[in-house]
Design a protein around this ligand. Structure first.
Ligand code: ADP
Length: 406
């Protein structure tokens, strides 16, 4: 790395997508961002926004066979803006990696041994880690000399105490198959809990925060003095809150019942719980905007949407109560991600009736729309309630840069 190398390319490789952002850590500026979708299909699409120049988004459609071709296309777009991967200003590439198991507790510079370890974790994240590995291999092939860093979604949760992380399962069976609660969205929970402390003018070590990351996937975490002590997702991202398409907490016997009584296969049950449940299963929509619109329209359809909303909110309240008990003292509740940042009715409903826990929402403050972290609790509230937009790319870039510039 040269003295002038302050840029970090953040890559988030999905099974058929590649999201990226190029950031300059000198001033935190976002230079470019984009997305390749439907990799491997005839109708792949690349959308690249040259943020540094304020230019319009450039869209290209046509077949992109694999991640290598996708990353080369991204590199060409960046090069067209004078931001190519061969630039001496590029300090590192930061990769989002979903599963880091128990061993990866920190961002890690990737070498062959690290890549082998990430491969060993594939059985724990069969949908996600293979795509992340492909992204890493592709980027290493294009710039073998450049530091590449893995930032793990699970890392922030590795501080969970054993009594929170372990399921009450036969210990030998659980350990033989690495079955425990790992938690996900860790990059977001880390970033948002820290930003919430800053909003209160405190050091993270001084505050206890409940973070509600409510996107299409959703998770809650209890963060005590900057360290995660509990989180709602478990072995996989299926556990916990009601999500866009996932059931969240459910009696595991439901799965036996579906197989024995409904005659469903393993894969069908998996698909039902992960893709056809949650909000979409309850009312046919997983977008909170549409659900609110239907509720406002009323009638029978509105009642169906209302029930889905109520089930979603009931689960949130249960986690707020549980994490209040886990933390003992709560200084702040922070809402983040698509629903948490934008859906004022969700925030109001989740905290309604929780005055005994010191939690309340000020209606006027809650109605304000902003991209900035802000407080929505009434003046003098015992618990600060905040809306803190998450920024996983910035967090990955910061962690990557901190590691390679140390
Ligand atoms: P992902 O988990 O895919 O990263 P996001 O954090 O982007 O999800 O959240 C996406 C969800 O946010 C959408 O499905 C929608 O329910 C919700 N959302 C986005 N904008 C709004 C809005 N203005 N009002 C209510 N909900 C919103």
């Amino acid at each position: 790395m040269t003295a002038t190398a302050t840029r970090v390319l953040v890559l988030n490789s999905g099974s058929s997508s590649l999201k990226y952002q190029l950031l300059d850590m000198h001033d935190g500026a976002r230079l470019a961002a984009g997305l390749v979708e439907r990799i491997g299909e005839e109708t792949s699409r690349l959308a690249h926004t040259p943020l540094a120049t304020g230019g319009d988004t450039r869209e290209t459609e046509g077949p992109i066979a694999d991640h290598t071709t996708a990353l080369k296309a991204v590199a060409a777009e960046l090069a067209a803006d004078g931001l190519g991967l061969d630039s001496p200003q590029l300090a590192a590439i930061g990769h989002r990696v979903v599963h880091g198991g128990l061993q990866f507790t920190e961002p890690t510079v990737i070498d062959d041994a690290v890549l082998t370890e990430i491969e060993r974790l594939v059985p724990l994240a069969p949908l996600h880690n293979p795509a992340n590995i492909t992204g890493i291999r592709t980027a290493r092939a294009l710039r073998p000399d450049l530091p590449q860093v893995a930032v793990f979604d699970t890392a922030f949760h590795t501080t969970m105490p054993e009594h929170a992380a372990r399921y009450a399962l036969d210990v030998a069976t659980a350990d033989a198959h690495r079955i425990r609660r790992y938690g996900f969205h860790g990059t977001s929970h880390a970033y948002v809990s820290r930003r919430t402390a800053a909003l209160l003018g405190k050091d993270p070590s001084e505050v206890n925060v409940i973070v509600l990351h409510l996107g299409n996937g959703a998770s809650a975490s209890a963060v005590a003095g900057g360290r995660c002590v509990d989180t709602s997702m478990g072995l996989t991202p299926l556990e916990g809150l009601v999500m866009g398409t996932r059931s969240g907490d459910i009696d595991p016997a439901v799965t036996f019942h579906l197989k024995r009584v409904a005659g469903m296969s393993e894969d069908e049950v998996d698909e039902l719980l992960n893709k056809k449940s949650g909000l979409i299963g309850l009312c046919g929509d997983n977008d909170m905007r549409e659900i609110r619109r239907r509720i406002d329209a009323g009638g029978e359809d509105g009642a169906r949407a209302q029930l889905a909303f109520d089930i979603y909110i009931h689960r949130l309240k249960k986690y707020l109560g549980a994490y209040t008990a886990v933390l003992g003292r709560v200084d702040a509740v922070a809402f983040t991600a698509g629903v948490g940042e934008n859906a004022a009715p969700v925030r109001a409903a989740a905290l309604a009736g929780l005055e005994q826990l010191g939690m309340a929402v000020d209606a006027d403050r809650n109605a304000v729309r902003s991209d900035e972290p802000r407080l929505i609790s009434p003046e003098g509230s015992r618990v600060a309630v905040a809306v803190v937009p998450t920024d996983e790319e910035l967090e990955i870039a910061q962690q990557t840069y901190a590691l390679v510039s140390a």
